[in-house]
Ligand binder design. Structure first.
Ligand SMILES: Nc1c(C(=O)O)ncn1[C@@H]1O[C@H](COP(=O)(O)O)[C@@H](O)[C@H]1O
Length: 164
């Protein structure tokens, strides 16, 4: 197996339903990844270790998903120079608006690129990581353009029902 270039981390295994959309995208593009549960709140020392080691072990983008008081993406961004892509996971009571605001409102100097709440956000975080890697990888860039073309064709082929 090749060395992971993208790290997908999430606060809990309960985030998997959403975060698997990022993993699936990376898999489809053949981008080597690793996926694991790391929680700022429940595993603070593991989180610090992951951040300290990420660049040296070959990680070039970190996709971090969390719900509610979603501190993981921001804390990871504080711990490493590797760019962090944050995914707000829908929460039970506030539908992920809490997750979104927790991730997006970073203080100046420690950015987290923040995506939409839920599945689309997870898939787009992966696509954005892929696009970033593709700037230095011609094969990946070609794959990304083919993906976009296919998507365009699918949209053009959409038909609306007749109104009676
Ligand atoms: N937001 C965080 C963090 C963190 O940011 O470190 N760790 C866990 N969580 C979130 O708690 C929610 C409920 O988790 P459980 O289902 O395990 O109780 C999950 O969405 C998780 O991302």
């Amino acid at each position: 197996m090749s060395i992971a270039k993208v790290g997908v981390i999430m606060g809990s295994s309960s985030d998997w339903d959403v975060m698997q959309n990022a993993v699936r995208m990376l898999k489809d593009f053949g981008v080597p990844y690793e996926a694991q549960v790391i929680s700022a709140h429940r595993m603070p020392h593991d989180m610090a270790e992951y951040g300290a080691q990420a660049y040296d072990k070959g990680i070039r983008a970190i996709i971090a998903g969390a719900g509610g008081a979603a501190h993981l993406p921001g804390m990871m961004a504080a711990l490493t120079e590797v760019p962090v892509f944050g995914v707000p996971v829908p929460s039970r009571y506030l539908r992920g608006e809490d997750s979104l605001l927790s991730i997006v409102q970073m203080p100046k100097g420690v950015p987290v690129a923040t995506f939409a709440i839920g599945e689309a956000g997870a898939a787009n975080a992966a696509l954005h990581a892929i696009a970033t890697l593709a700037m230095h990888d011609e094969d990946l860039r070609q794959q990304l353009m083919a993906f976009r073309q296919k998507q365009t064709e699918a949209a053009r082929a959409m038909h609306l029902p007749e109104v009676e």
